[in-house]
Design a protein around this ligand. Structure first.
Ligand code: GRF
Length: 196
């Protein structure tokens, strides 16, 4: 059974899709801990409703980035998490932190990488850029996290049509519903099966 540690910063709808798919058996795994870098993130409440240990680890509460990251690592080690999932996690992690997972850390990004990704492309900003560019197709990407920003090997992608009256908010919601909440659990199950 794959033990999954999830990193969040906000609403946790992607976390919810992982929890739901573990509980309905589509993922042969369990979420063993949830860590948020922001207190009050609703994703923490989602975890608690499913009796999953939920922690707030804020960078500003630590003397250094490494002590902040070590606090997260200690939680993952305490719960024997063997896969780290960044699900709406809005903090850049150091190369040392990434290396400590030996490639077993994945991220969900709300665009079709390599479009609309990299520094400055997160959350609604991604969808604003998509609309400003006038592209007709966008989507989401699950990828392994390497030491770059949204640059690791791509695992799964799913395309979503951009509608002419879309706003960043309506587009974000559809990309989550039609892409993120489907491919993130699928990617995790592929990892649990050893397919990738
Ligand atoms: C999602 O669009 C995700 O792709 C991005 O952050 C947004 C919020 O995610 N990284 P969640 O509802 O907190 O899972």
């Amino acid at each position: 059974m794959l033990k999954i540690g999830v990193l969040i910063s906000g609403g946790g709808t992607n976390l919810q899709s992982i929890i739901d798919n573990c509980e309905n058996g589509k993922i042969n795994g369990e979420v063993v801990c949830v860590v948020s870098n922001r207190s009050g993130a609703y994703g923490l409440e989602r975890a608690r409703k499913h009796n999953i240990p939920a922690y707030t680890v804020r960078k500003k509460d630590f003397e250094s980035v490494s002590s902040f990251e070590n606090a997260i690592l200690e939680i993952f080690e305490k719960h024997n998490a063997s896969l780290a999932v960044m699900a709406g996690f809005m903090t850049v992690l150091s190369p040392g932190f990434i290396r400590s997972f030996n490639g077993r850390i994945i991220n969900i990004h709300p665009s079709l990488i390599p479009s609309f990704c990299g520094m400055g492309y997160y959350g609604l900003k991604v969808h604003e850029a998509v609309l400003n560019a006038g592209v007709k197709i966008t989507g989401a990407t699950v990828h392994f996290v390497d030491e770059g920003c949204d640059t690791g090997p791509i695992i799964l992608q799913k395309a979503v049509e951009v509608l002419k009256n879309d706003t960043p908010e309506t587009l974000q919601q559809r990309v989550m519903e039609e892409a993120e909440w489907l491919i993130l659990p699928q990617a995790i199950q592929m990892i649990s099966e050893g397919v990738i």
